[in-house]
Design a protein around this ligand. Structure first.
Ligand code: ZN
Length: 217
């Protein structure tokens, strides 16, 4: 099973599951012509989708529109069910920067047909993640993310612009799913998603805390 590296504990923790949020920044929902959801819109990637800093990701043959989405992610530190948002923070241990790589053309076909997104979002290599740093004392609303591709700015976002905050998302998910130690929650992408080509070098940052380098092949 794939793992996430917790820097403070110097520990590789198994990732049981990965939750992702769709349309959690209004400007990104608008760029995809999607409506802003009234409650958190969640989907999952299998743990096998993870790749780590410095690894390469191969574009699957079935797509002609391979997109980056840069996202802050949080790591669950202890098991919980029916967690209230007021206590949600105590179930989170760490945070990092990740990429929700997406087969946009495949996703749009599936969406239009009313079918699940899984193959457009859950393939091998679709979840590159940085190492995770502790959340101790961090004001989440101060978090900023950046992505450059071949050194050129592509995405910038501020956590404070997310529609659903992580505490509310933990409450929402844990009503139906037991959250387990090592689970990841990706918090959605800001605007600026765009196509990637073989040879592109991505550098994503959770500004001041973590970074991630990935090469597309
Ligand atoms: Zn995403």
């Amino acid at each position: 099973m794939k793992t996430v590296h917790l820097i403070k504990a110097n520990e590789d923790v198994t990732v049981p599951k990965i939750f992702c949020l769709g349309r959690n920044y209004a400007k990104h929902a608008a760029e995809l012509d999607s409506e802003v959801p009234e409650q958190p819109m969640i989907f999952m990637k299998p743990s096998s989708a993870i790749v780590h800093n410095g690894e390469k990701v191969a574009i699957p043959a079935i797509t002609k529109d391979f997109h980056h989405e840069t996202e802050i992610y949080f790591v669950i530190g202890e098991e919980g069910k029916n967690i209230k948002r007021e206590e949600a923070r105590s179930f989170i241990t760490a945070m990092g920067i990740g990429l929700d790589l997406t087969l946009r053309d495949v996703q749009n076909e599936l969406k239009d047909a009313g079918k699940p997104w899984l193959i457009s979002k859950g393939f091998d290599g679709s979840a590159p993640i940085s190492s995770a740093v502790p959340i101790d004392g961090v004001d989440f609303n101060s978090l900023e993310l950046n992505l450059t591709v071949n050194g050129k700015p592509r995405q910038h976002g501020s956590y404070k612009n997310t529609i659903f905050k992580i505490e509310e998302v933990v409450e929402f998910i844990s009503r139906l799913f037991t959250l387990e130690r090592g689970d990841l929650i990706f918090t959605g992408t800001p605007e600026g998603v765009a196509q990637l080509q073989p040879g592109d070098r991505l550098h994503a940052e959770l500004v001041g805390y973590a970074s991630l380098d990935v090469e597309i092949v």
